[in-house]
Structure formats: C-alpha cells, structure tokens
Design a protein around this ligand. Structure first.
Ligand code: MSK
Length: 635
C-alpha cells in the first residue's frame, strides 16, 4: 500500500478514494475546495447568522444586537434582515431551477415549430397524456401537440397565464390552505422577481410576510419550473425506466477518451452522448489509440443521463475537482449550476479541456460554446472532437484511477414505480397500511465540504431503511448511495423485515434513485398522488424529506417547497437564519401550525433518522395505522 493510501485511510473527512486524490493534488500543489475552506476559516459568524446586509450602499451593515448595533442604517433589525436574506436566497434557488425548466419548454416549442432537427419527441405517450391532463390538443399530429403543450407551460412563466398548470395535481385541501395564506404561486417568473422587489429597502418590512412570500417563491419552483423541467425532459428524452449502470471514479477508463458532462440540463449532454457514437468521431479516437469514447456524468447532468440512458456517474459535487486529478479526464463539458469555477484552474493543471456550453454560464479560461437547439448537433460533435484531440495529449503514465466502479440501479420515475405496481398507487398504499413500508423519505441534494463527505447521506439512509422506511434519492445524494451499494436490490438485506420483503418481491433496492435536483418534483407529485388516493392532504402522509449535506440556494428552495407542500424536511446544516430567534422558531415549530410541516435541523444522521422515524410514526398513528416495525408497544 502506498503512502497516499495509508494517509487516505487515516483521514475521516472524505471517502477513501477522495482522500487518496486529495493527497495527490496536495503533492502537485493543486488547491481544492477543502483547502479553500480552510483558508476561509473561521467564516464570518454574522453572515452565518443571516445578520449582514449588503443590499444598499448606506451599508454594508452588520446587525449585532448585543453590541448596540441592533439596527442597520435603514432601521432594519435582526428579524427583517434575516427574512430579507432568506427570501433572496430562496429566490436564487427557485430562479435557477425554473430557468432550467424554461430551457426545456423552449426546446419543446422549437420541436413543435419544426425549427430543430436535433431534438425529437421520445415519449409520445407522455406528451399526449400531459396535453390531455393540461387541457391542450392531445389528438393532433405530434408537432401540434408539442407546440400546444409548450405554449401552455410557457404561459405559466408569465403573470397573465391561466395559473400554474400542475397545481391541479394537488389535493384540494392544500390549495385551499395556500389560498388562505396567500401563497398560491401565480407565475414562475413572477414570484422570484417579486421577492427581489419586496426585499429592496423600503418595501416589505414584515419578516413574517417575507417568509410567506418566500414559501410562495419556492412553490413556483417545485410545482412550476422544476416540474416543467422534469416532465418536458421525459417527453423529449424519454421517461426513465429501471436500468443497471455503475458509479464511482472507477467508471473512467484508461484506454478510452473520457468525457464528463457536468451541470444540470440534459439539453446539451444528450447531444454529446449522440456525438460520442458518431462513427467518424469514433474512428478519429481509434486513430489516436483509444478503444472508444466513454461519456460519464457528474452532479445532476449526470443524474439526468443516468436516469434515462444508464450512463455511469463518475461523482457528485465534492468529487468534481478530484475527477481531473486522476489524469484520465480528457474533457469536461459543462452547462450550468454547481460547476465550481475552480474546475477551470484544475483542468489547466492537466491535459483536460474544460468546455462551457450555456450562454448563461461563462467560465473564463474555458473553451466557450453557445449551444442552441439549432446548432446543438454540430457543436456537440465539435466538443467531442476537442476531447478526442485532448486524449492524444494525455500522459498515460500519470493516469491514476484509484477505485473500481460499483453497480447500481437507476431509472425509478413515478411512471416506472407505479407501472411496476400495476399502474395504480394501490399496492404501495396497501404496503404502507400494512406497515411493511412504514413511510418514505426523500433524501436529496448536495455535498458540503464542512461535513464528512457522503457520510450523512449513507448513514441516514441505512438507519431509515432499517426502520422499514423507503428512501427515494435525487441529486448528489445519488453518488453517495450508489458507492455504498444502497442502490442495488441486495441492499434489501440491510432493511427491516417489512421493507426487505417488499423489495425482494419486486426486485428493487430499498433506496430508489428518482433523478436530479429538478426531479424532486417527481417526489412531491408522487406524494400528491398518494394523498389524493387516500383522500387526505399531503401533510397527513407518513413521509418526510431530508437534505443532510446541502449547500446551495436550490436546496433551500427544495426544502421550503417540500414544507409548504406539507412534507416535514430535515436539514443537516441550518440555513442562515439563526440570527433571528423568531424566524428560527417559525421554521422549526411555527410552520407546523400553519402548513402542517416544518424543518428539523440535526447534523448527526443517526439522531436525524430517529427524529424522522418519530415523525413518520406520529403520522401513521394519526391516520389510524399501526406504528409498525415492532413499535406498537412504545406507541
Ligand atoms: S448538483 S444543487 S450539488 S444536488 Fe444538482 Fe448536486 Fe446539490 Fe448541485
């Protein structure tokens, strides 16, 4: 065993292979996120509490009540400052998801208009089903149906549309509650824009009003922009079905051209995948000695391709820099969101080409392409050729792939899950009623260098499945679960007897991969389907959500739309609201009275599992069900 390996085994903040590559990067003098975090530490406590304000040039202000600085120059105190900051944080996340969703709707419209040949409709049945659901022409020719649906969804982005189309999926009681609270989202673009307005100095000065407005912003994401992203991606690129694939750095191949697609949108990456199969490009690769072209994923672009095409996942958020340290990555082709600018610097330390593809995502130092539905095919071929030429410059003696790939199952769209159960939620509800599946938790989101890499995800999932709680996973949690072997049917051995029995009967894992960040919309949609079938509101279901290692604005938006939908949500780290005891109390307790769900903040994943279990037990008992999992005596 090398010195690197020994050190990696000793370290506790990251996985074994990450530790190995971190040491290698340090030896090469390449700084990574953990090094930059160390240099930034200690981080500003006032900012961490949400008490700093840089929204105008009378400031910046720091609100420090104990030091006689209890108001900013404008007069905003701690509660208002925290609420303004949180509102903008959520607006940033919602806008990101929703703008991604818009990109898909625009591609659908281009298909309908006959303006693109690169993109086609892969799931015509879903196109027509959705058109029928939303009341647009579902019987005409494919292009007419596509255009009609795109225009209906496009209207949801405006202020003057008929109202968000997907809200009709919710139980009536939930919509009535939102109307009572004034948080029914009106337009996907309108809500984040209004939040920027409200939080300008001298507009909304009521912290509670701002928090409710933040909830409305998040709902425009979950039931609007994200849901558009998921549903339209399925129509264009195919609705996921269970597929077997692999995960971990070991998916990189020493004798292949390795291309990593990174970011969130399938619009570019699906074209890259096609280009990588082009015979003339494959020949160019072979001429340089490559055995083939290996396209793998990072983060949520990776999740999109993993779900629909079974493309292997090289890593999640905190593995992105490290992939290049293997020396085996010939190109990273990136679209937008969660792409550290540092990746360009790391790429320059190797032969790796970094290619940006979105007009919204500029990365100085990168090769810059501007993909549109009109030039996508040609640009994808050009980008793949850049990777092929980079392979020609690769120094194979420096290639160092420290692990083997791990098998996993992916592709559990709602259609696939319900399809496997005979097309209705009945069998799942029966299993919940019988207590073999006591409930479900969606574990979502990112990694954060402040936490032990992947550990919170994996420990939480293991604890939950032990308690017969089904886990659904999205985003960067997927890489963690996959590497730990939890996305294989064999992981049923780790589950409680009830859940294990169900998984074995169906041949599925106790942790189901349901997609990328925007695909959390699949989870809230499934909850609505279950609630409607039971004739209850979502907050009565024995379900919860968790973001144990979250970092991004988008994760805050996801957490808030889950809570506003009625799903209690655990966070491994608190949002930057602790500077306001009143808002903290509202988030952790008060929301229960208003929305029937609230946040739980707990860093320790074992304790978090206990809290989520307690929550699920209480929901089961309130529905008149047994506590399950041998808890009857305690209940
Ligand atoms: S990529 S938002 S680190 S899940 Fe969706 Fe991963 Fe979180 Fe980005």
């Amino acid at each position: 065993m090398s010195e690197f390996h020994k050190k990696a085994e000793e370290c506790s903040m990251w996985t074994k292979e990450a530790g190995y590559l971190i040491e290698k990067a340090r030896a090469l003098g390449i700084p990574l996120a953990w090094d930059r975090l160390e240099k930034q530490s200690p981080q500003c406590n006032v900012c961490e509490m949400g008490l700093s304000c840089a929204k105008c040039v009378m400031g910046p202000c720091r609100i420090i009540p104990g030091l006689d600085r209890d108001k900013g120059v404008c007069g905003a105190g701690a509660d208002l400052t925290v609420a303004r900051n949180f509102g903008r944080f959520v607006a940033g996340g919602s806008a990101s998801h929703s703008d991604h969703g818009r990109d898909l709707v625009e591609v659908l419209w281009e298909i309908g208009e006959g303006k693109t040949e690169a993109y086609q409709i892969k799931d015509e049945e879903k196109l027509r089903r959705l058109a029928e659901e939303l009341g647009t022409d579902s019987k005409g020719d494919t292009k007419t149906v596509a255009k009609g649906l795109a225009e209906r969804l496009g209207a949801d982005f405006s202020s003057f549309g008929p109202g968000l189309a997907f809200l009709a999926r919710l139980p009536k009681k939930r919509l009535e509650l939102w109307d009572k609270l004034g948080i029914r989202p009106r337009g996907i673009d309108r809500e984040p824009v209004e939040m920027l307005h409200r939080t300008h100095m001298g507009v909304d000065c009521d912290p509670v009003s701002l928090c409710l407005a933040a909830a409305r912003v998040s709902l425009s994401d979950g039931w609007g922009g994200s849901m558009c992203g998921t549903e339209v991606s399925d129509i264009i690129f195919g609705t996921p079905k269970p597929n077997k694939t692999t995960v971990n750095l070991g998916v990189l191949k020493k004798d292949h051209v390795n291309i990593l697609v990174h970011g969130h949108s399938p619009v570019v990456s699906e074209m890259v995948l096609l280009a990588a199969k082009d015979p003339s490009i494959l020949k160019a690769a072979a001429d340089l000695g490559a055995k083939g072209i290996n396209v793998c994923g990072l983060c949520c672009t990776g999740n999109e391709l993993l779900m629909r095409q079974g493309i292997p996942l090289a890593g999640n958020h905190m593995m992105t820099e490290l992939t290049m340290v293997t020396g085996a990555v010939d190109a990273i082709i990136a679209d937008y969101q969660c792409i550290m600018p540092a990746l360009v610097d790391v790429a320059q330390c190797f032969h790796t080409k970094f290619i940006s593809t979105s007009d919204k995502g500029h990365f100085p130092g990168a090769e810059r392409f501007h993909f549109t539905p009109h030039n996508a095919k040609a640009l994808a071929e050009e980008a793949v050729m850049i990777a092929v030429r980079a392979f020609g410059n690769r120094d194979q003696s420096k290639v160092d792939i420290p692990v083997e790939p791990v098998s996993m199952l992916s592709g559990f769209s709602n259609e696939a899950v319900l399809g496997a159960l005979g097309g209705t939620p009945g069998p799942l509800l029966d299993a919940i009623k019988a207590g073999s599946v006591r409930g479900a938790v969606g574990i979502v989101g990112c990694n954060n260098p402040k936490l032990r890499q992947d550990e919170c995800h994996v420990t939480l999932a293991k604890e939950l499945i032990k308690k017969d709680i089904l886990v659904l996973v999205t985003g960067c949690a997927t890489g963690a679960m996959g590497k730990a072997g939890l996305l294989l049917p064999e992981a049923a051995e780790l589950a409680g007897a009830g859940l294990a029995g169900v998984c074995k009967a169906l041949g599925v894992p106790p942790v189901l991969h349901v997609g990328s960040c925007v695909d959390n919309s699949r989870i809230i949609h499934l909850c609505a389907v279950l609630a409607n079938a039971l004739g209850v509101d979502v907050d009565q279901l024995p379900v919860a959500a968790s973001a144990p290692e979250w970092y991004s604005e988008k994760a805050a938006a996801i957490g808030l739309y889950a809570v506003a939908t009625g799903i209690t949500t655990h966070l491994g780290l608190p949002p930057m609201i602790l500077g306001s005891p009143a808002i903290t109390k509202l988030a952790l307790e008060g929301l229960n009275q208003v929305l029937g769900a609230a946040f739980i903040v707990e860093r320790d994943p074992v304790k978090a599992a206990q809290l989520l279990d307690k929550h699920i037990t209480s929901k089961r008992l309130a529905l008149g069900l047994s506590a399950g999992n041998g808890k009857e005596a305690a209940a």
